[in-house]
Structure formats: C-alpha cells, structure tokens
Ligand binder design. Structure first.
Ligand SMILES: *Cc1c(COP(=O)(O)O)cnc(C)c1O
Length: 233
C-alpha cells in the first residue's frame, strides 16, 4: 500500500471534518471525491485499500481504460469533466453520477442512453464566475434549463457543481461557493418534481475548506491526495 496516499487521505479526511465542524455542519454530509485523472490504476487501488470508495475522472476515454483495472467491489465513479455527445453511451455505463451536465441537449442525450431501470444521478454544472472559457450554465439560465430537464425520467438531478475562477487565496473563492449554495436554495423553491438540490459539488485541493464551510457535499480532490499530476489532465 502506498503510504503517502494513506497519510494524505487521513490528513484530508481530518481537514474536511474540521472544516465541516467549524462551519456548523455535520462532517458526514461531506464526501471526498478522489480525482484520479492521469493517475495510474495502481494509485487508485492504493486509495481503495486505504478505504476510499468514491473516485472522479474527467475523461471518458481514460476512465474506460482505468476502471476495469481497479479492484474492490463497492467503488463508485463520478464523471467530473466535460461530456461530449459521442461519449454519452459509454459514460452512462461507467459512471454512477455525472457532475457536468451543462445543457438541456446533453441532459436529453443522457436521458436517451441510460439503460434503466434506475435514473442516473446528475448535477448541473454552473459557471458561477461567468468565465468565457469555462463550461457550465450561467446562473440566470439555470431555472429554465432545470424546468426542461426535470421531466426527463431517466436522469435524476441531485444538485449543482461548479469550477470557480482560480484565486491564489481560497478566501477569494468563497463568494463563488456561496453563490452556488444560494442558487441551489433558489432552485429548490421551484419545487420541481424529481429534482433535488441536496448535493453541492465544489472545492478542490487548494480551496476545499472554504467550499465545505459554504456547504459542499462533494469535494473533488486530486493533487492533495495523489500528488502532482505527471501529465496534463
Ligand atoms: C482535476 C480536477 C479536480 C481536482 O483538482 P486538484 O486541484 O488536483 O484537486 C477537481 N475538479 C475537476 C473538474 C477537475 O478536473
């Protein structure tokens, strides 16, 4: 077992617990998504051996190759990166949740491909920082998109996800996390059938504590667990 991964995992869980308590939250409501993109299956297996059961990948092709090499029966995989239309069919078979639904058209594609009988949990990706180069619905587009997506019976919206602008100081990212939590609260009041806003996927290696303080339920952490990535994601 890789001792660095074991100690990083312990350290992260500790920090997540402390950030949750400091924010007046129940630590059990925050799950760590171990982001294993560019990492070999051996690193994932080391994390599994240390008790980690939830992993995130950002590319379907890479996940398709890696997932069969991971041992352990109760491991869940979340897609956290952009999903191209021609990869939807494979993605719905590989992943237990898709964090990156950023259009009604993509939601409809996923809905057509989910084999069923259970609906596939998805999150709507929101571009809270309004960055032109980033994926995601703009906050003001989200209610209309959600109204169109809610009736799709083979997907179940569980909440929102964001990749905020990078700021060297995590405290500067905090308003973006708060904006996502506020948006989720507003959307919840629409009371759309089958739609939940329970999950907030936000926070990465350098800013997860601020995200947890603002209500994150899924923190997506790569480098702080596995170390620097050797290749570009
Ligand atoms: C790579 C990635 C992460 C993890 O980033 P780290 O800084 O390595 O923790 C989180 N979310 C998404 C969408 C990513 O692509």
């Amino acid at each position: 077992m890789n001792s660095t991964i074991v100690s990083n995992l312990e350290w992260l869980q500790d920090r997540i617990r402390q950030a949750a308590r400091a924010g007046g939250r129940d630590p059990a409501q925050v799950r760590l998504v171990a982001v294993s993109k560019t990492q070999p299956a051996a690193a994932v297996n080391a994390a599994v051996a240390a008790g980690q059961t939830l992993f995130g990948e950002n590319r379907v092709q890479e996940a398709r190759y890696k997932i069969p090499q991971v041992t352990g029966s109760s491991v869940d995989w979340h897609l956290i990166g952009p999903l191209q239309r021609n990869k939807v069919k494979v993605a719905v078979e590989l992943f237990q949740m898709i964090h990156s639904v950023d259009s009604v058209a993509l939601a409809e594609d996923i809905n057509r491909r989910v084999p069923g009988p259970d609906p596939l949990p998805v999150l709507l990706q929101i571009n809270v920082g309004r960055e032109p180069q980033k994926h995601g619905l703009l906050p003001e587009e989200t209610a209309a998109a959600l109204e169109a997506i809610a009736p799709l019976s083979r997907i179940a919206v569980k909440g929102l996800m964001t990749i905020p602008p990078f700021e060297p100081d995590p405290e500067m990212v905090r308003p973006h996390f708060r904006a996502l939590a506020d948006l989720a609260q507003r959307l919840e009041r629409l009371n759309l059938p089958g739609v939940s806003m329970a999950e907030l996927s936000m926070g990465m290696s350098h800013d997860f504590e601020a995200a947890v303080a603002e209500g994150a339920t899924l923190v997506r952490i790569g480098t702080a667990l596995f170390g620097e990535r050797s290749t570009r994601p």
